[in-house]
Structure formats: C-alpha cells, structure tokens
Design a protein around this ligand. Structure first.
Ligand code: ATP
Ligand code: MG
Length: 229
C-alpha cells in the first residue's frame, strides 16, 4: 500500500470502552478532518483525548462506528502503511537505552547521519552531539534527558518520520513557557501541509489552529475556531 501524500480523517459515531470498564471512554464521536487541517483537542483530564488518538493509531478498535483514512476503513490498512501514514508523539516519550543514532533511526531506519544531525539541529538538540556525537549513549547507563529534551527528541523523530498525519499528545506538557513557545513554533514549521491533531491543556497558542475541539466525558461537546469559542 502506498503512503498517501495527504490525509483526511472521518470518524462516524465512534464509541469505545476499555476492556472490563463499564463506562465508555469514547461515546458517539463524529468528526471529519480535512487534509492539512490543524486541530487542537482540549478537555479535562480523563475525558478521552488520548483514547481518541489511540483509536486513530489503531491501538484499539472502536466498539461501534467507523473510522476512515482518506475514505478507506482503517482496518483495511496493512500495519506498515498505517505506520508510514502517521507520526505519533505520545504523552510519555520513550527513551531507549541505546545510542542517540538508534533512538532516532527507529523513526526512519534509512536516514543518513547528516539527516539525523539536521533533525537534532532543527529541534534545538544540537548540544546532544557535543561529546560522542550520534554515538552518545542515552538512557540507562548513559545520558538522561530533561523533559524538554525528551519532547524535542520526540519531535525530531516525527520530523524524520515525515508522515502526512501528525498525532501529538500534549507535546509541551510540563515545559516552561519559553520552551513551549519554541516547540510550538517548531511544530508549526514541521507540520506545514500535514494534517495535525494536537492534544493540549494549554490555552496559549490556540490561534495557530484551524479548529478547536472540546471534549468532555468521551464526547465532543464544542468545536469552533479560536475566534468563535
Ligand atoms: P489526560 O488529559 O489526563 O491525559 P485523557 O483525556 O487523555 O486524559 P484518556 O487517557 O483518553 O483521557 O482516558 C479516558 C478514560 O479512559 C479515563 O477514564 C481513563 O481512566 C480510562 N482509561 C485510559 N486508558 C485506559 C486503559 N488502558 N484501561 C482502562 N481504562 C483506561
Ligand atoms: Mg491523555
């Protein structure tokens, strides 16, 4: 299956419950996302934001309703095509006990060292290259990264992966205002022309988005632009 150059999403009456949970985590979600649209998803903790992104990555299947990518049901995609179609920045960034190079290559195995260094520079991580370069050992037994550096590393991976759909789960959570601003600027640059769903608790920077969706209790309760909400 080829990777589509652009991604439209369509969720129709999607509901979902986690195994052994009586309550629905998502209930009757209907949402259409245009190619290249940038959407922010807001809502209280536990309202289903991460779950919504996880259904789009097919980590879980809806109990009811349909989920389509460019008009094709998500279950028809083979795993490789689905992975190549989306870049995912999860709420908790995982650092592998491995070299800096290998921590980046998982996003794009064929990338050259020059491309890896470029991704680090664009995400403001060039100082990680100081001591051992791309051979620097990260994680257990090696260099640990700060929260902000971890987020930047996740964005560097997304940049290398270069997929037409970006799913970003609180990419600036826990960062100071200055770093947050830098990361939002960087994302705006990286995400040009791509379809973006970004989960956030912050109200800052929402004017950058084409649409804002507010969730509560597994449902979409409001949507509009920064100006109309
Ligand atoms: P936050 O802003 O805190 O990240 P969220 O909006 O992302 O919250 P979700 O993680 O989507 O919320 O969780 C939605 C609901 O599903 C919550 O009630 C949560 O407790 C529950 N839930 C999440 N993951 C699981 C799981 N793996 N198994 C069972 N229940 C889960
Ligand atoms: Mg979450």
């Amino acid at each position: 299956q080829p990777v589509p150059p652009q991604v439209a999403l369509s969720l129709q009456n999607v509901s979902f419950s986690y195994p052994h949970q009586p309550q629905q985590a998502l209930s009757d979600i209907t949402l259409t996302v245009e190619p290249g649209e940038h959407i922010a998803i807001l809502g209280r903790t536990g309202c289903g934001k991460s779950t919504l992104l996880q259904l789009i990555t097919r980590a879980w299947n809806p109990a009811a309703g349909t989920l389509q990518i460019n008009g094709t049901p998500i279950e028809s995609f083979d795993e490789a095509a689905l992975r190549a179609t989306m870049s995912v920045v999860t709420q908790r960034v995982h650092l592998f006990s491995a070299t800096l190079r290998d921590n980046l290559l998982l996003a794009r195995p064929e990338a050259s060292d020059a491309q890896l260094s470029d991704a680090l520079t664009r995400t403001g991580l060039e100082k990680l290259l100081d001591d051992a370069g791309l051979n620097a050992w990260l994680g257990e037994g090696g260099r640990q990264l700060s929260g902000g550096e971890l987020r930047r590393l996740a964005i560097a991976r997304a940049l290398l992966h270069d997929a037409p759909l970006m799913l970003l789960d609180e990419p600036t959570e826990g960062l100071d205002a200055e770093t947050e601003g830098q990361i939002l600027d960087l994302l705006a640059d990286v995400a040009q022309g791509k379809t973006v769903l970004l989960v956030t608790h912050r109200l800052k920077g929402l004017s950058r988005f084409n649409r804002i969706i507010v969730m509560d209790n597994g449902q979409i309760i409001e949507q509009g632009t920064h100006a109309t909400l």
